[in-house]
Ligand binder design. Sequence first.
Ligand code: EPU
Length: 302
Amino acid sequence: MRITDPKIVAKLAEFNVELQHAAALADLTSLGIGGTTDLLRVRQHEILPALLNLLDANDVPYRFIGGGSNLLVGDGELPWVVLQLVRPEPDVVVDGNYARVDAAADLGRMITFCAKNDLGGMEGLIGVPGTVGGALRMNAGAYGMQIGSYVREVKLYRAASRKLETLQGDQISFEYRHTSFAPDDMMLSVILELPSKPFKLILEGIRICNEKRRSSQPLGQKSAGCIFKNPPGASAGRMIDELGLKGLSVGDARVSDRHANFFVNAGHASAKDMLRLIGDVRERVRKNYGIELENEVVVWNA
Ligand code: EPU
């Protein structure tokens, strides 16, 4: 989707929005898959309602992207523009046990910054790529913890009210890889309340999580993390492994040899390849276990 109307282009400049024509979304996603569209980089949260009114009034569909690490984007020319927040400086401010974090902050950087301020609790998420906003919207979790437990306040653009709003932690429900945010709400910033912990102890926790992750997940390869959610009481990775599907490929889309719930882009996989592989594995699990696996990865298919 291209924005060519000079009136819209002028308005974007007025809103201090950076317009990148024909951005390759493959470069913005950890899977390295995705077609092209115009990318709007937003520097000020306050202009979002006016910006989105402008896009709606001109029939320009849009989607929000964070770190692109849990996302499978369709191929070719995409029928919507993509909005991304520009990371401000500073993006994390610590005040006692509270960390005020911009949604565009890098998750790993935020965890280590808080650690240096003797604030822990988030060690399990070290090594998970993506932004804090992305982690928040899907309640990212690992090794027995989830980010939602630490959330005290969230600022967001609320699609329903078309306004910027502030929600308290108890107004949001955080479940396994799911939150009460609407799909088109845009996370802007969050206040986390984190337990005090000496830096050295947090580092030790980080080291252990890093080791576990390195030994069980294909970290050096292009992936979107786990493709499927774990069904209640079962492990998607174990079932796919038990069916002997590690290494199963469609084009360059491939079930990882290291962790069967990670599907990697081993070269130049297309979204079509990856979606066929996902469908094929889901079907085999359904036939053999009678379980319908649900995507964990978010799919933006044109
Ligand atoms: N297993 C296999 N073969 C495999 C993969 C796993 O037999 O190929 C077995 C393991 O040996 C273990 C069990 O399955 O007994 C569970 O595996 P693992 O500990 O790796 O955890 P998981 O359930 O596959 C979940 C999260 C991960 C998170 C890890 C660590 C989901 C869908 N996955 O994986 O999160 O990193 O626990 O806490 O909830 C993600 O969200 O993208 C993600 C990777």
